[in-house]
Design a protein around this ligand. Structure first.
Ligand SMILES: Nc1nc2c(ncn2[C@@H]2O[C@H](COP(=O)(O)OP(=O)(O)O)[C@@H](O)[C@H]2O)c(=O)[nH]1
Ligand SMILES: [Mg+2]
Length: 234
């Protein structure tokens, strides 16, 4: 499950993974170039087709509404979603959390309904994150920790954050600026530095690039391996 502030690049990350795996740019998860309010309001699961085989890759992304200060999804709803109580298609209400009598409330979640990996999507410009949002993100993180769910952060929009990376994405692990950003995310949110993946999403490209794919797929690999460990250990 992906969560994070609006405009962080959650939907773009899902599209980027699909693009990298399919070998061509796709944009199934709707993104929004005009920031501010959350564009994604429904709890939606995304599966990715494996070529023309009629099968899917064995993982599912869930994209949730942004976590803005007053308008964003309730932290309580994210906790319910983690436990598998929120059914696909539920329309998040910023003012009240999902109640047990709602038709989208799943009373008896199976292992498949639960979240196996929690991914916080943070825009490279984290300095612009308000303390209130950071508090909400941290609250989700601590809830996941209490439930023993593996957690990652992806630091998106790194091309906008660092001119060196914008010039050549292969500079990602040479950039002093990004190193400082990762330390900052780690310090503010509490993620260990090796759980923070820098990623540039496909956002305006027409073709895919190996170097962009590399970052997207190494983040994905980390998530899948941890998710598998989590499920196997249950
Ligand atoms: N330059 C750049 N733009 C990005 C990146 N990721 C997302 N965007 C853009 O940021 C905007 C918001 O992205 P979106 O995926 O809708 O964010 P969401 O609200 O978290 O789902 C869109 O216009 C994207 O094209 C990135 O890595 N680099
Ligand atoms: Mg979105």
């Amino acid at each position: 499950m992906l969560y994070g502030p609006v405009g962080a690049g959650k939907s773009s990350f899902i599209n980027s993974v699909e693009s990298a795996l399919r070998g061509e740019i796709t944009d199934r998860a709707k993104t929004d170039a005009i920031g501010g309010k959350s564009y994604t309001t429904k709890y939606k699961a995304y599966k990715i087709k494996k070529g023309d085989t009629g099968t899917h890759y064995p993982f599912v992304f869930n994209d949730v509404m942004g976590l803005e200060k007053d308008e964003g999804v309730c932290v309580e709803d994210i906790k319910l979603a983690i436990k598998g109580h929120v059914k696909n298609g539920y329309n998040f209400n910023p003012r009240s959390s999902l109640s047990e009598d709602n038709q989208h409330y799943n009373r008896d979640p199976s292992l498949n309904d639960r979240v196996h990996v929690l991914v916080c999507v943070i825009p490279g410009s984290i300095a612009g994150l308000q303390d209130d949002s950071v508090r909400k993100l941290r609250e989700v993180r601590l809830a996941a920790r209490d439930m023993g769910i593996p957690e990652f952060a992806i630091l998106t929009r790194i091309d906008e954050t660092c001119p060196e990376v914008n010039k050549d994405i292969r500079n990602v692990y040479k950039s002093k600026y990004l190193k400082k950003k990762i330390e900052e995310v780690s310090g503010r949110m509490g993620f260990p530095q090796n759980c923070i993946f820098p990623v540039k999403n496909y956002h305006s490209e027409i073709n895919i690039h190996d170097d962009t794919d590399t970052l997207i797929l190494s983040a994905l690999t980390g998530m899948i391996e941890s998710g598998e460990d989590f499920v196997n250990d249950l």
